[in-house]
Ligand binder design. Structure first.
Ligand SMILES: C[S@@+](CC[C@H](N)C(=O)[O-])C[C@H]1O[C@@H](n2cnc3c(N)ncnc32)[C@H](O)[C@@H]1O
Length: 294
């Protein structure tokens, strides 16, 4: 039976069941205590929270990692072009902070180092794309692409991506994105990016892991599966295999809350990361330092 929300979704040009099925972007939004989420998101989130009460910290630590990595890549590797794959709903951000801000989106974190960083935000959730266009993509050097990274070759051919300057370094963020796809899809994405990115580029990855709470993670996998969502947290060996063969930059593969950079010391409960973070590069051994001075 078609429900009212389905008709509304269709009228907006969204998939017919858009508002009646949970969405990963909106579940994160709920776990962060924000308001851009709906009954199906909250129903699934309450089951997830029952299995893993630390989920809000896990999501928050992952979000705080974004400006930290971007700032480090912009400063230490002089990168001023970024692609934020699976960017998610925009973080709380009023664009007013003058210095480093743990809630900043990619452009604002990079702008502390480079005057006009180029940033392409990508997500396959059409409402995320709408929010990104309204809240993130307001500068002449930013763009938003509605794209599915499982179709990585098509995505890399998009004019906003081909418009980047491939004679210079580019950084790609894959933060909490690969767990939402199969092994074959995740490896294909990594291979395509490695082939496409110019020398000196970097890929920043955060990835949920089964290492610390395997049974809770399995419960999450099962709850997502009940709603038709594939969730694939991986072991450290599986994450390492995704990162190979590029150079792993210092400090290596570490729990996200223990990564270096501004604010890194602030993660009192890094064990709630339940994810690893790493940056790889196809440059020569890079001049990154294990600890930040900011
Ligand atoms: C868990 S959120 C992470 C958001 C953000 N990267 C962060 O770290 O806070 C995952 C995001 O990836 C998006 N996503 C999932 N699968 C995708 C795909 N195949 N292609 C593009 N985006 C995808 C979801 O819509 C969601 O916004």
């Amino acid at each position: 039976m078609t429900r009212g929300n389905d008709v509304w979704g269709k009228a907006q040009g969204l998939p017919a069941d858009y508002w009646t099925r949970p969405a990963v972007s909106r579940i994160d939004n709920y776990l962060l205590g924000r308001s851009d989420n709906y009954v199906p998101d909250r129903e699934l989130a309450s089951k997830l929270l029952h299995a893993a009460p630390w989920l809000p910290q896990m999501v928050r630590i992952n979000g705080a990692h974004r400006p930290r990595t971007v700032h480090t890549l912009a400063r230490d590797l002089s990168i001023s072009q970024f692609i934020d794959l699976g960017c998610g709903l925009p973080p709380r951000w009023m664009g007013k902070a003058k210095g480093y801000d743990p809630g900043a989106p990619v452009y604002d974190a990079a702008r502390l180092i480079h005057k006009a960083p180029r940033v392409v935000y990508v997500d396959n959730d059409p409402v995320v794309g709408g929010f990104a266009r309204t809240m993130l993509d307001e500068h002449p050097t930013t763009a938003t692409v509605d794209g599915d990274i499982r179709e990585i070759d098509t995505l890399l051919d998009h004019p906003e991506i081909t418009g980047l300057d491939r004679s210079r370094r580019i950084a790609v963020l894959l933060h909490d994105l690969l767990p939402w796809m199969t092994d074959a899809q995740a490896h294909r994405v990594m291979a395509a990016l490695r082939e496409w990115l110019p020398p000196g580029s970097a890929i920043s990855l955060t990835h949920a892991t089964t290492e610390w709470a395997p049974s809770a993670m399995q419960e999450l996998v099962d709850h997502y599966a009940e709603d038709g969502i594939l969730y694939r947290p991986r072991s450290v060996d599986e994450i390492t295999a995704l990162l190979s063969p590029w150079n792993l930059l210092s400090p290596g593969i570490v729990p996200t809350g223990q990564w270096r950079g501004p604010g890194a010391q602030g993660e009192a409960h890094w064990e709630h990361s339940h994810a690893y973070a790493a940056v790889i590069s196809n440059g020569a051994q890079e001049s990154t330092s294990p600890t930040s001075t900011n």
